[in-house]
Design a protein around this ligand. Structure first.
Ligand SMILES: [Fe+2]
Length: 179
C-alpha cells in the first residue's frame, strides 16, 4: 500500500531537487507562478468602478476567462443585479457584504461561492463598505433596474478596464498581471 501522508513529509528548510520528467516543457510553456502586491498600488492601481467603488486588478487568464481582483465598495452601497455564467470565489478582506437574495452576511475571512445561473444583488451596509478578494470566471451579465441587459463582463472587459485607466494616467502596463 502506498504511504499515506499525515503531515508534510519534510520540514527541512532547504530546496529539494524534485524529479519531474517534463521540467523543460514547463520552463518553455508555463506562464509561471508569481507574486502580486495587493496592499499597495505598486503592481496595480485602484481603477474606479462608478463613483463609489474601485477594482484592483490582480490577474487575467484569457485561456479560461478567469480574472482575479479586489472589489472595494467604499461605503454603504449596491452593486446592482447581475447574472453569473461562471463560478466566483471570493474572500471578504474588510467590512461586510450581503445579497438581497440570500439570508447571510459575509464578514472578514469568510468565503463566498457563487455559481453559474445565479443572479443576485450585492449590498454593503457597513460604514466602511467592503473589500472582496476574488477569483472569478466570466461571463457576468449586468442588468439595469428595469431588467434590461446592459453588458457582459468577462476577462476582456476587466483587462480593458485596467489598460484604459493605465493609458489615461500614464501608468505602465504590468505584464505580471497576464497569465
Ligand atoms: Fe455576483
Amino acid at each position: 500500500m502506498a504511504t499515506q501522508m499525515k503531515a508534510p513529509p519534510s520540514t527541512k528548510k532547504e530546496i529539494v531537487d524534485v524529479p519531474f520528467n517534463y521540467r523543460s516543457l514547463v520552463e518553455k510553456h508555463s506562464p509561471g507562478g508569481r507574486y502580486i502586491d495587493a496592499q499597495s498600488d505598486v503592481d496595480s492601481p485602484w481603477v474606479p468602478f462608478g463613483d463609489t467603488a474601485a477594482i484592483k486588478h490582480l490577474s487575467f487568464d484569457v485561456r479560461r476567462n478567469l480574472f482575479s481582483n479586489i472589489l472595494w465598495v467604499k461605503g454603504p452601497g449596491v452593486v446592482g443585479t447581475h447574472l453569473h455564467r461562471g463560478t466566483i470565489t471570493m474572500v471578504v478582506l474588510e467590512g461586510s457584504v450581503r445579497y438581497l437574495e440570500y439570508d447571510w452576511t459575509a464578514t472578514p475571512g469568510g468565503l463566498i461561492l457563487e455559481v453559474p445561473g445565479e443572479s443576485h444583488t450585492l449590498v454593503t451596509e457597513h460604514p466602511d463598505g467592503v473589500k472582496l478578494f476574488g477569483w472569478m470566471e466570466g461571463p457576468i451579465e449586468f442588468y439595469d433596474e428595469n431588467a434590461q441587459f446592459i453588458e457582459t463582463v468577462d476577462v476582456w472587459w476587466m483587462m480593458n478596464h485596467y489598460e484604459e485607466y493605465c493609458r489615461e494616467h500614464g501608468i505602465a502596463i504590468n505584464q505580471k498581471l497576464y497569465l
